[in-house]
Write a protein that binds this ligand. Structure first.
Ligand code: NDP
Length: 504
């Protein structure tokens, strides 16, 4: 039974009062306090009020979790389990996530400020879909037999790496976990994962459901606590074989250092972006394009690594597109994330709110013009709300066009010629995603190939689905991809087995 029905606001508020939150790290199949006994407070970004105290782990908790993960791996309870049984277990887990989507969505909404329609209606179903998709591949990926000389047999097999570490961000706490856990667990690894300290609650419950589904103790461990202690300890741990990170480019760089200075563990980085959305002069359906443009930058409060934060639009259609965008924004109410009518909830924290407002001030100082938004709203709630904000008259050398704001702020930049659009789009240190809108097949194919980005949407804002890889060029990523079968490869080692046969 799935539970993706979005509750009404009164029902949601009543259900929040009944939530039983898991607030300890989840290690070796059980919830545990931090070894040092410390706790920290997590708050609701829509009210600024505390929700719960969470175990504040440190390097010693990472040690305990890694030992449990290694023991489970060596015992073979998961790594050598029949792949079909591993698949069934993970599919059961996906089913439990779906069956508890309402509870998990409520937890995510109060912890991350995300609208309930997104958490219950999208994040949790997508989390389950991701786990299930990777699970289904567990018994369908074959090794190879090499064309070796007569009298020999050479096979090429993929083996789980061992203990995988994962450090994930706060913008999609459950989904980002699933993007790592799905392929890492499906290929037989044990995992030690750290959620962002602002958003640990949903993953703790999801991990508990994993054990209920039959994932053996020690295979999936969640250590809660800050990045500069728990995250760094994962990055530097000598007994972790691979680390997958999603977050800022700055912290991503650190993971390379951690690896270089410890055991040269494999590092998979999915980092920031400053993604362009190009609208050519022949674009026709302005309503459709405006809906996509709004989705690309305002969905999830703009707290999205692939957010289309630069709208690069042909001078001749800019006015019509901005009018259509203004009309579209009438369908993006900002408000209480527990209200199903809300499409834009709260920014993650006071610190992040201040960062976004500081960027808006920078945009004004640089000479860009605010068309809509631009101020904090709903202050009486105690939460951190910023409405959709559109800057016109932006030049690509302005800071608001170059730096990742990670908020609901769109920079509109004009162009005249196709080559100029491509040049502006590629003139960024990032390269995660890009969109382009045209009715001309030649322009679509040509420009899609010219854009230096890992995912290009044509007449769409799309990261694709589970079947396609997600990852970036340049400062947006390094070492691997989330989603698709490519994600399975990165959590496995390649082994050659060469056999000389005895002559008859
Ligand atoms: P971070 O990159 O700091 O956080 C992401 C994860 O890394 C969190 O789990 C965090 O832990 C952890 N972390 C932080 N510092 C370290 C460290 N020294 N060593 C190991 N792990 C660490 O992002 P922020 O939360 O600070 O956000 C800042 C900016 O980063 C955003 O405004 C946005 O531009 C970008 N960002 C991009 C994301 C993406 O999806 N690509 C996601 C999140 C942010 P903890 O939070 O518990 O300290």
């Amino acid at each position: 039974m799935t539970d993706t029905l979005i509750p009404g606001i009164d029902e949601a508020k009543a259900a929040v009062g009944r939530l039983r939150l898991r607030t300890q790290s989840f290690i070796d199949g059980e919830f545990r306090d931090a070894v040092g006994g410390r706790r920290y407070v997590t708050e609701n970004p829509a009210t600024g009020q505390p929700i719960a105290e969470i175990a504040e782990g440190g390097p010693e908790d990472v040690d305990v979790a890694v030992s449990a993960a290694r023991r489970a791996f060596e015992a073979g309870v998961w790594s050598r389990m029949n792949p079909g049984d591993r698949k069934s277990t993970l599919i059961r887990w996906a089913g439990l996530i779906e069956a508890n989507a309402r509870e998990l969505g409520l937890i995510e909404t109060i912890d991350a400020g995300k609208p309930i329609t997104d958490t219950v209606g999208l994040d949790m179903p997508e989390t389950a879909t991701c786990i299930r998709w990777h699970a289904e591949a567990a018994d369908k990926i074959y090794g190879e037999v090499a064309p070796s000389p007569e009298g020999t047999v050479a096979t090429i097999v993929r083996e789980p790496m061992g203990v995988v570490g994962a450090v994930i961000p706060w913008n999609y706490p459950a989904q980002m976990a699933a993007w790592k856990l799905g392929p890492a667990l499906a290929t037989g690894n044990s995992v030690v994962i750290k959620p962002a300290s602002t958003t640990s609650l949903s993953l703790l419950r999801i991990a508990e459901l994993g054990v209920e589904a039959g994932i053996p103790a020690g295979v999936l461990n969640v250590v809660t606590g800050p990045g500069d202690t728990v995250g760094e300890a994962i990055g530097r741990h000598a007994d972790i074989d691979c680390v997958a990170f999603t977050g800022s480019t700055e912290v991503g760089r650190r993971f390379l250092t951690y690896s270089a200075e410890s055991n040269l563990k494999r590092v998979l980085l999915e980092l920031g972006g400053k993604s362009p959305q190009i609208v050519f002069s022949d674009a026709a359906d302005f309503e459709h394009i405006a809906a996509n443009v709004a989705m690309a930058i305002f969905w999830n409060m703009g707290e999205n690594c692939s957010a289309g934060s630069r709208l690069i639009v042909h001078r001749s259609v800019k006015r019509r597109l901005l009018e259509a965008l203004e009309a579209e924004l009438g369908r993006w109410p900002v408000g209480d994330p527990l209200d199903p009518a809300t499409r834009i909830g709260a920014l993650i924290s006071r610190g992040h709110l201040e960062r976004v407002l500081a960027y808006i001030a920078v945009g004004r100082e640089e000479g860009a013009r605010v068309v809509t938004g631009g101020e904090q709203i709903l202050r009486e709630s105690g939460g951190y709300f910023v409405p959709p904000t559109v800057f016109d008259g932006v030049h690509n050398d302005m800071r608001i066009a170059r730096e990742e704001i990670f908020g609901p702020v769109l920079s509109v930049i004009e162009f005249e010629a196709e080559a100029e659009a491509v040049q502006i789009a590629n003139d960024t240190p990032y390269g995660l995603a890009a969109s382009l809108y045209t009715e001309n097949l030649n322009v679509a194919h040509r420009v899609a190939r010219e854009l230096r980005a890992g995912v290009v949407g044509v007449n769409a804002y799309s990261e694709g689905d589970m079947t396609t890889p997600f990852g970036g060029y340049k400062l947006s990523g390094f070492g691997g991809h989330d989603k698709s079968l490519h994600a399975h490869e990165q959590y496995t080692e390649t082994k050659t087995i060469w056999i000389n046969l005895r002559p008859a």
